[in-house]
Design a binder for this molecule. Structure first.
Ligand SMILES: Cc1cc2nc3c(=O)[nH]c(=O)nc-3n(C[C@H](O)[C@H](O)[C@H](O)COP(=O)(O)OP(=O)(O)OC[C@H]3O[C@@H](n4cnc5c(N)ncnc54)[C@H](O)[C@@H]3O)c2cc1C
Length: 327
């Protein structure tokens, strides 16, 4: 049994979670470059960067933070840009720390339980190996479970939250909470806590995901593995996977495709500095080698402007941008 689940089980069995650690066992780094932690391989530094040892360590770390310290949790940075001036505050990395995955069996059901730092493709492969079906779409999403929950990541008609049985979250004081999907407003690439948002869809999450339990149908693992291979082939054929990128940078507007609109505006291949609208997939921005975050953000702004001018449609960003521009 994974050690991190002990704390979760304490929460489930009643009341607040126990803080089960009293010394920091993770790794705290100063001025860590985001280039090492995001798929664009670009961006500024994070003033404090913490890699927890496990969930109990993360709880203790959060409980020790000043209540005004800006905190940000990241997974694999596959949907993230930190501006060149960096992020002043503490960034916590879940990947490599919250890495447990297992099948939990009860008399009523079998659930796939995964911690937030588990890579989404690993969930797809794990589910197939245990004869579940429905998780295949996660195989091509190069983020973590936490990122997939925060973004309601999806593709080919499937979405993360469709399969969520419950999630465990952590608040900034380090307490754990078990939440049901009904406690969130969930839509296309968008998740907010109902209790915190008061109807405002732009409200940032107040609690972070530390794990999720997924309910998938029982099926044929061999068929699921075949489906995974098929989906990955489709991606390799259509996406610029050899160059650093962050997937689709804009959400698809209702009834249309951001890529179609960008291509319609003649922007395929358009370049600012070392950032380019991929000639292969117009909703991808690729790093040609040494792109700065500002090259990428300026290209995003230019696309937004041109698409609005030429089609009247205001594209909504899917990629998350934090930090300060270089002065
Ligand atoms: C080649 C490529 C293909 C992609 N294809 C798809 C696709 O098909 N469908 C799709 O939806 N996305 C796709 N993406 C985008 C990206 O992989 C997903 O959005 C993914 O879910 C992000 O996960 P992450 O761990 O990398 O999150 P990060 O980029 O690290 O973070 C993204 C956001 O999630 C938040 N977050 C991360 N972890 C947590 C947590 N534990 N608790 C709370 N908030 C958290 C961060 O604070 C941030 O706001 C693609 C990206 C690439 C590079």
């Amino acid at each position: 049994m994974l050690s991190a689940y002990r704390a979760m089980e304490d929460t489930r069995s009643g009341g607040g979670a126990l803080l089960v650690s009293h010394t920091l066992r993770g790794e705290l780094r100063q001025n860590e470059s985001m280039r090492r932690h995001c798929s664009w391989k670009a961006g500024g530094n994070m003033s404090r960067f913490y890699i927890p040892a496990d969930l109990a360590d993360l709880q203790y770390f959060l409980s020790q933070q000043n209540e005004h310290e800006p905190l940000y949790i990241i997974g694999l940075g596959s949907n993230l840009l930190v501006r060149d001036g960096g992020f002043t505050g503490t960034v916590v990395l879940t990947h490599s720390a919250l890495s447990g995955i297992e099948v939990q069996s009860t008399p009523e059901r079998e659930l796939v339980s995964a911690e937030a730092g588990v890579a989404a493709p690993k969930v797809a492969r794990f589910a197939a190996r245990h004869d579940f079906e429905g998780a295949e779409f996660l195989a091509g999403i190069p983020g973590t479970v936490g990122g997939a929950l925060a973004m309601n990541a999806g593709c080919y008609g499937a979405e993360t939250w469709t399969h969520v049985f419950d999630v465990t979250t952590i608040d900034r004081s380090g307490q754990l909470h078990v939440r049901s999907p009904q406690e969130y407003e969930i839509s296309y690439r968008h998740v907010v806590e109902k209790a915190a948002s008061h109807g405002n869809p732009l409200t940032p999450l107040k609690e972070w995901f530390v794990s999720a339990r997924f309910l998938f149908e029982k099926g044929d693992g061999i068929q699921s593995s075949e489906k995974i291979k098929e989906l990955l082939k489709r991606r390799i054929a259509s996406q610029p996977l050899q160059q650093p990128n962050a997937g689709s940078v804009f959400r698809n507007p209702q009834g249309d495709f951001a890529a179609r609109l960008i291509e319609f505006c003649g922007l395929k291949g358009f370049t600012i500095g070392q950032a380019q609208v991929s000639p292969r997939h117009a909703n991808f921005i690729v790093n040609l080698g040494d792109a700065t975050a500002s090259d990428i953000e300026n290209l995003l702004k230019l696309i937004e402007h041109r698409v609005r001018e030429e089609t009247g449609i205001m594209l909504q960003r899917e990629v998350q941008i934090i930090g300060e521009a270089l002065q």
